[in-house]
Every structure is written in C-alpha cells, then in structure tokens.
Design a protein around this ligand. Sequence first.
Ligand code: C2E
Ligand code: CA
Ligand code: CA
Length: 397
Amino acid sequence: MEIILQPGDILYQEGSPAECGYIIETGDVMLYSDHTGGRIDCEQRGAGSILGELSILTGQPRKVTVEAMTPCRIYKICPQKIMQKYQSLDPILRACIETSINFTAHFNARAHPNDQQAPMAPKTLKNAEMLISQIKIEEDMLTGLENDEFSMHYQPIVAIESGNIVGAEALMRWRHPQLGAVSPDKFIPIAENMGSINQLTDFALEKACEALHQAYSLHPDAASLFMSVNVSGADLGRADFPDHLAHLMDLHDLAPQCLKLEVTETALVPTGDTSKTVLKRLRDFGCGISIDDFGTGYSNLGYLKSLPLTALKIDRAFAGDAYANAVSRGIVKMLVGLGRELGVDVIAEGLETVDDVNTLRSLGCCYAQGYYFHKPLILDDYIQQLSRQFKGKSQVA
Ligand code: C2E
Ligand code: CA
Ligand code: CA
C-alpha cells in the first residue's frame, strides 16, 4: 500500500507502537527525537531507505519520529509480511540478523549511555526499486489468485513415433487486469524470490488434478495419460509437500503414477536434507520426477546417481536446435544415450518443425513437446484433442 506525504506530515511518532515497516520510493524524510532541551534532528533519509523494520523485529516502540521534508511516496509493508519472511529465513541468516540487532542496540547503548532514545543505525536498500516492484507484483499475484486471474494451459506431450498424446505439461497463465497477459518467465521467478511460489504451485496442482480427472472420464485408454506440473526448489523444502500431494490425489481419485513433477537441475542440485527426504517420499509414493531444461543448469552430473528420477526433458536450446546445429545434435544424442543408461524417459522440448521432429526421431528420442505438435491449450481444447485421438484420428509426423 502506498502513502503520500506532504512536507511536515508525520509518518510515525516516537514512542508509538511499531505497526508497519516502510520503504521510501520518492522524497526525503527527517528522523528526529524529542528531548527535554527540544527536538534533535538525527538523520535525513531518502529514496531507497527502509524505515521502521527493526522495531517490528524487536517489538520495541518507535525510537524516533519521522517527518516528511519534501513530498514523499512511501510503500508500507505490513508486519505479518515482514515476520512471515523473517520466520521463513534460513535459521543461520536469522541468527545473523538477530546478532546484528543486538550488536546495534549494544553499540547505541555504549555510545549514548544517558540517551534511551538513541537512533538505530541507518539501513539503505541498494536495490529498493526492484524490491518495491517485486512486492507490488507479489501483492497483485496474491489478489489475482483470489480473483480468478490465473489459469492453466495444457501442452500435449506426444510419442514421436505415433504422434499420439501420452500426457501434458500444465503451464500457468496470468491475465493481469491492467497489464494483460504476464509471462510465467516473469512472474514465476518473482514468486520464487518473494516466497509465494508455494501458493502458485498448489493452484497448479489443484487444476492439473481436475484436468486429469476430466480426461480420465473420456475413455478407458485415457487411464495411461499423465500430467506434468512444474515445481520449484521451495516446494521441495516443504516437509508436508508429499502429504499435501497425497491428499490432493486422493481427493480427485487419482493414482500417484499419473502425476509427474518437473524440477529444474538448479532447483534439484543444492538440495538440503528436507528436499532430499521430500523427493524420496514423493518417489516412494509413486509420483514421477522429471528434470526440466536438462543440460542447461549444471555441468556436474554426479547428482543423477543419488536422486530418484523418472524422466529427463531436453531443453529447447538443444532439442529445437539439433536439426540445424551439429554441436546441439551431438549433445542431444549424448543426452538420449544417458537417459537410456539411466532407464528414464527422455522428452525433447521445443520441436517446431518437421525437420526438428525427424532429427529427434533419428537420434532415438521417444517423446516430444513443441509447437509442431501442439501449442499449450486451454482445457477444453486439450480435452477435444484427446477425444479426437480416442476416436482414432491421431496426427502422425
Ligand atoms: P518450461 O517448464 O520449460 O515450459 C516450457 C515452455 O516452452 C513453455 O513456456 C511453453 O509454452 C514453451 N514452448 C513449448 N513448446 C515450444 C516450442 O515449440 N517453441 C517455443 N519457442 N516455446 C515452446 P511458458 O508457458 O511461457 O512457460 C515458461 C516457463 O515458466 C516454464 O518453462 C516454467 O519454467 C515456468 N512455468 C510455467 N508454468 C509454471 C508453473 O505452473 N509453475 C512453475 N513453477 N513454473 C512454471
Ligand atoms: Ca517444465
Ligand atoms: Ca522445460
């Protein structure tokens, strides 16, 4: 929420309870303290400064009064949000912050032994502009989730030999009321950074389960269809994620085998103990686990030995380039061989032309996804494609 202040307006008063944190977007404020001898100006702060967050963390009343010196636009951060983010921090990072708060308090007490009101050390955010824009987008995302602005599209995954649909990848779409369609390449990294990705993943899983349920009612052969859902590293850090998933599958009367979770190498590799346990539990439960964008994230393949994987998805940068580029072709050939050795499925992403498809087929790749076969479809269109297939009208490359 934004606050506009005119010169002389007070943002908060010394001694008042700490209700919110603030970031100055534009303008300048003065922090001052009232003493028996009169007002003492402590410090001027401008755009990019964060105000009031320490009082929230320490639970202490405001140490200073903040008054606008020029017209100001100030962004308000509610304490729940600060505390929620603070509580979800890595414990070591949290300990560092606590140590630094204590150190600052100690320093102030020593520097101003007779002054209970000594100001805390100033804090300036170097990347305040980016942080504010991310906070705003996150707020819009959370509102958008409540307002039905999000939906899922389903991009069919096909068996290259027959062209038959074997499953689909669920891809999120966001229609912002003012900005229009926002690409997931833009909003997913922000959700990951700001800590709200879990809510988006839950939405994707819920919709994907509903879509699968609908597909299964079409034809008995539909029982072999799977649905892939993208999950982030933060989802694997949720100890209750496997239970949540099991509950969801149960609710929609689905077998775990029909769900594949797509995780990128960069999310998989720095896995902590919780993530490893979560991955193992998911695999034991029966879900598939695919490495997304394989080949782009990590050069050390040692992790393949220890993780319970079921598929590799070859990134579009290689698969979609293999026809025209001998180096990409060599890499795809190697990755297909690697998949075979590991006993996992290999899915090529981003095939757009018949030449791409023929190249991947000649390299021994069995499954593909790309505009040549199908673009991501709304649910009705996906179901219609499946109905056509079950009536024997499948397309063959
Ligand atoms: P991704 O997981 O690698 O998804 C494949 C992307 O490639 C999709 O972009 C898809 O529309 C696009 N694509 C498919 N076939 C072709 C093709 O033949 N040519 C080209 N040029 N592109 C093709 P999209 O839907 O924009 O998604 C972008 C990324 O956003 C995804 O990449 C994924 O990383 C992320 N994302 C999308 N939905 C979700 C979601 O529900 N959860 C999470 N965590 N991430 C998501
Ligand atoms: Ca994916
Ligand atoms: Ca991918």
